[in-house]
Ligand binder design. Structure first.
Ligand code: SF4
Ligand code: SF4
Length: 358
């Protein structure tokens, strides 16, 4: 069994000042940064002692990679044979030279571009530097209306192999018009997954079973959205015994780092080993496959009983196979085959079929 661990230490400062930032923008004193470094060192040493396959995602309150102790932790974790992935959410304002020492198989980045805080050309240049270094990364932007041109330009400037995701601005209900959704889908075919709050109460979630969060004191919680502790990695108890499948107790889940662990959404299948850094397993994909994939997921969500909030027109056919989390690939294939058959029929209607020889 693989553990997906989200680590959020006490670091809370950031060198950017994004208006839409959901986190407290504070300044850390030297003592606080030293304490954060000690906590991080302790966590890394704990991971080193584990004997199972582990993926770590750093989800800091602020910007971690401008701090040497996080850079060192990434390199050290990445060199551990049982750590298949170590990733971090970052604004990429750090120097990238330290990544030349990184294990290219395990170290990955979840980048967010913040228009207004940095120049697009400079950000793209840093992304290209990462590509030259062979570092895996995804790039995202908050989908505010005033960012749309930047999002398109970023997509055009980055190589097709780079997945660009868009986080929906959900604080304002019904923020997007249909044409705007279409525009964003052309950049991020999986935008609809993020555009909704997924009803979650009573539904299965890997959070608390194979995925959990750890804070600077070692306290374990199932996810960042449910405050109740379920253990502590330093208390000497068998953590594995405290991790078990349990239904979600929150009404909804609207954040990628949470709902990605809902089996019903089949996102482990979509992201594979790119789960933590948010890179789909099959990327890039063509527009037709992306549309079929989107429709398959819309059908999956629809049949799970969640209100679809108009996120995607559902397939009109009643012939698609019934769906559960194992079937999204099957449904995607079904929709692609159906599309091929339809175009074959359309071509067949136009091209006269030669009569067989008498
Ligand atoms: S870069 Fe991230 S953490 Fe920093 S202010 Fe912007 S959104 Fe907040
Ligand atoms: S669905 Fe979201 S809120 Fe609920 S347990 Fe999973 S990650 Fe946490």
């Amino acid at each position: 069994m693989t553990w997906h661990i989200l680590y959020r230490g006490s670091l809370s400062s950031c060198n950017y000042r994004c208006d839409y930032c959901p986190f407290a923008k504070t300044r850390n004193t030297r003592e606080e940064l030293r304490a954060d470094a000690v906590e991080l060192e302790r966590f890394v040493a704990w991971v080193e002692r584990q004997d199972r396959r582990i993926g770590v995602l750093f989800t800091p309150w602020g910007e971690a990679l401008i701090r040497r102790h996080y850079q060192k932790a990434m390199l050290r974790l990445g060199d551990m044979p049982h750590v298949y992935r170590v990733a971090v959410q970052t604004n990429l304002s750090c120097d990238t030279a330290w990544l030349s020492a990184a294990d290219r198989e395990s170290v990955a980045l979840w980048l967010t571009f913040h228009p207004g805080e940095t120049e697009r050309a400079a950000f793209v240049a840093k992304c290209c530097a990462l590509t030259r270094l062979g570092i895996r990364f995804s790039v995202g932007v908050v989908g505010l209306r005033e960012h749309f041109d930047d999002i398109d330009a970023l997509r055009a400037a980055l190589p097709p192999a780079v997945y660009v995701w868009v986080n929906a601005f959900k604080r304002v209900p019904d923020y997007y018009q249909a044409a705007e959704v279409e525009r964003i889908r052309r950049v991020d075919p999986y935008f609809d997954l993020n555009r909704r709050y997924h009803p979650s109460r009573g539904k299965a979630c890997e959070a608390g079973h194979t995925s959990f969060t750890v804070d600077g004191t070692g306290t374990v919680r199932r996810c960042h959205f449910i405050a109740e502790p379920i253990g502590n990695i330093y208390d000497g108890a068998d953590l594995g015994a405290r991790l078990e499948p349990r239904p979600c107790t929150n009404a909804v889940c609207g954040c990628h780092i949470g709902y990605v662990h809902r089996p019903e959404l089949a996102l482990y299948e979509l992201f594979g080993d790119g789960l933590l850094e948010r890179i789909p397993a099959r990327w890039p994909i063509d527009e037709v496959t992306a549309a079929a994939d989107r429709r398959a997921r819309a059908l999956l969500v629809h049949r799970s009983g969640e209100p679809d909030e108009g996120s995607e027109d559902l397939p009109g056919d009643a012939t698609a196979p019934s769906v559960d989390s194992d079937h999204v690939g099957e449904v995607r294939t079904h929709l692609l085959v159906e599309r091929d058959e339809r175009s074959a029929r359309e071509v067949g209607a136009k091209v006269p079929i030669p009569k067989p020889a008498q």
